[in-house]
Design a protein around this ligand. Structure first.
Ligand code: ADP
Length: 264
């Protein structure tokens, strides 16, 4: 039998299937989140990739902003617990996690077994989140995945002083009108996000090793800016965006084993 974790985020849906030995059988991401067809689609995809049917999945744990909306789950866990578990599995030795998703930023301190010790979150404002970067990419008329490459070619990063999405958008438009290179604007956007995130990191206190999770960690230009702000190396795993779903799948595996030994 198999265990599944599904992370229904504000912006993207992610799923991971583990076999009974805890090996990853399949993983998938669909770039639409809660309230859309994304959760069902990602779950269908991950089962197809694993070559299994829904009846073969003994336990499903859901996490993420939309975790209460998915039918057929066995239980749900908070995003904080799932990112902590997922990252400490992917990158053992991590003590500080910076998770930036579509609409929030969380900074967590974790113990040696991945247990959550302390955390801070952003307020409701979109400043510094994936949504902020998505909006800025739209203004620049590029994909959000292109911001990283652009920023690495900057020679004089632009100063974006507003952290508010609405004001920053007008600032970027005025930089474009002033013919400032896209590369320099992209680097300025990253610096503005990095400053905002670094102020949250300071509130929890940084302890190495530091790792990033969430979809924004795929932006290496932003990771570099953040490293400069917090003056510390930040580890990023290629499955950073799947960390929450993996953590949920590990919780599901644990519950599945407990259930088997109880019924067995
Ligand atoms: P949530 O869990 O809130 O849905 P995710 O952790 O999945 O959020 O992250 C979504 C964000 O990740 C998007 O808003 C986008 O800014 C960013 N993102 C996704 N893919 C990429 C990519 N290839 N390069 C850069 N940023 C990305």
């Amino acid at each position: 039998m198999f265990a599944a974790g599904i992370d229904i985020g504000s912006t993207a849906s992610k799923a991971v299937i583990l076999d009974g030995d805890g090996q990853v059988k399949a993983k998938a991401t669909v770039p639409i989140g809660t309230g859309t067809a994304g959760p069902e689609r990602v779950f269908g995809q991950v089962m197809e990739l694993a070559g299994i049917a829904r009846d073969d999945v003994a336990w499903i744990t859901a996490t993420g902003y939309g975790r209460f909306s998915f039918e057929g789950i066995n239980d749900q866990k908070s995003e904080l617990s799932c990112h902590a578990k997922g990252i400490s599995h992917l990158l053992p030795g991590t003590r500080t996690i910076i998770d930036i998703g579509g609409q929030d930023i969380k900074v967590m301190r974790i113990g040696d077994k991945g247990q959550l010790l302390n955390f801070v979150m952003n307020d409701k404002c979109a400043a510094g989140t994936g949504r902020f970067l998505d909006t800025m990419a739209k203004v620049l008329d590029v994909e959000v995945s292109a911001l990283s490459g652009l920023s690495f070619q900057a020679d004089e990063p632009a100063e974006i002083s507003s952290t508010c999405t609405v004001f920053a958008e007008s600032e970027v438009i005025s930089k474009l009108a002033a013919k400032i290179r896209l590369e320099n604007i992209a680097a300025g956007i990253h610096k503005s996000v990095a400053r905002r995130v670094a102020s949250l990191v300071q509130r929890v206190g940084i302890q190495p090793d530091v790792a990033m999770s969430g979809g924004v960690a795929l932006n290496s230009g932003l990771v570099r800016s953040l490293e400069e702000e917090v003056r510390c190396h930040i580890r990023v795993h290629e499955d950073c965006q799947l960390a929450g779903a993996l953590g949920a799948a590990l919780f599901a595996l644990h519950s599945m084993r407990n259930c088997e030994s109880y019924t067995g």
